[in-house]
Ligand binder design. Structure first.
Ligand SMILES: [Mn+2]
Length: 303
């Protein structure tokens, strides 16, 4: 129906650097890529791993930076104000990148839906758009969206998960009494494990339902793939012929999706680089043992 809802904006800065820009030496970025996709920073919440994110932003140099939603957590800020200096530094760093020639594109998510009012505007060099169609260096079309619109598609699964939680709490409460009664009737102890297995299976199906729904919509829009966030789970795999990429988050997983200059895509995992501060359970390996920027390079089919 719609022919091409993603025209190239006329305001594309002509200064997009084809090679390493001058300021690269000063910043000494260790990862030079064509495109970076990050989402779910949740600035304004104590969960945001701003220090690890700053390290990553310092290390990376890109032509285009997509902010794929839930960058600033407006929901949380409305409840209680939380804005430490490091969160300010992240915003400053992003704006600085925009000033220095990086094309910064902000696709709002549900936690920063206030920004959806400003779609088609530009703030300090940051383009705000509902969604975008990114063309990779090797000619693939990637639909960029936060992903929260697909909650509706999987509402049923969410509702079931909620019922599962309530049931779980309830079972924990009555389990003791229930099993005493069963014992009196000569019945064996009723195990929770069967129930828990069911619950885990349901959570897994929630994620896969989301992924399938997003991939299907991407195909409908004539894309070869999709880049989204929202579920805080970094992933890159082919679903029914569509490349599904989720860039993860900067609350738990500390991941980004990057596109190299030849169009290859990879998930960058900074949870190890960030060390114990970011991930209590993860011990950072000796600096000499790991590359400066650990990347899990994946070449999807057709890349
Ligand atoms: Mn979200």
């Amino acid at each position: 129906m719609k022919r091409d809802p993603y025209p190239t904006p006329a305001a594309t800065p002509p200064t997009v650097p084809a090679t390493v820009p001058d300021h690269a030496a000063a910043d000494n970025p260790r990862l030079q890529v064509r495109t970076v996709f990050i989402s779910d920073l949740h600035l304004g919440t104590p969960g945001c791993q701003a220090v690890a994110l700053l390290d990553f932003l310092r290390d990376v140099e890109c032509e285009t930076l997509y902010l794929v939603g839930d960058i600033i957590d407006g929901w949380q800020l409305r409840r209680s104000w939380y804005w430490p200096q490091t969160h300010n530094d992240v915003v400053q760093k992003l704006l600085r990148k925009a000033r220095k020639g990086t094309r910064v594109i902000f696709v709002p998510g549900n936690h920063d839906e206030f920004a959806r009012k400003y779609v088609a505007h530009n703030f300090g060099g940051v383009d705000v758009v509902d969604d975008a169609m990114h063309l990779t260096a090797d000619g693939r079309r990637l639909w960029v969206t936060h992903g929260d619109h697909f909650d509706g598609v999987i509402q049923c699964a969410k509702w079931l998960a909620y019922v599962g939680d309530v049931a779980y709490e309830f079972v924990l409460k009555v389990n003791h009494g229930f099993n005493s009664a069963r014992a009196r009737l000569g019945l064996p102890y009723w195990s929770l494990s069967r129930y828990l297995k069911l619950k885990v299976k349901r959570a897994v199906s929630y994620v896969s339902d989301f992924e399938t729904a997003v991939a299907r919509e991407a195909r409908k829009r004539g894309a070869d793939g999709v880049v989204c966030g929202h579920i805080h789970h970094a992933e890159m795999r082919v679903i029914d012929g569509v490349l599904y990429c989720n860039d993860g988050d900067w609350v738990e997983s500390l991941t980004a999706l990057v596109e190299y200059h030849d169009g290859r895509l990879a998930i960058v995992d900074r949870s190890r680089a960030a060390g114990p501060v970011a991930q209590g359970a993860t011990v950072a390996p000796a600096a000499a043992d790991v590359p400066a920027v650990p990347v899990a390079a994946v070449r999807p089919p057709g890349a």
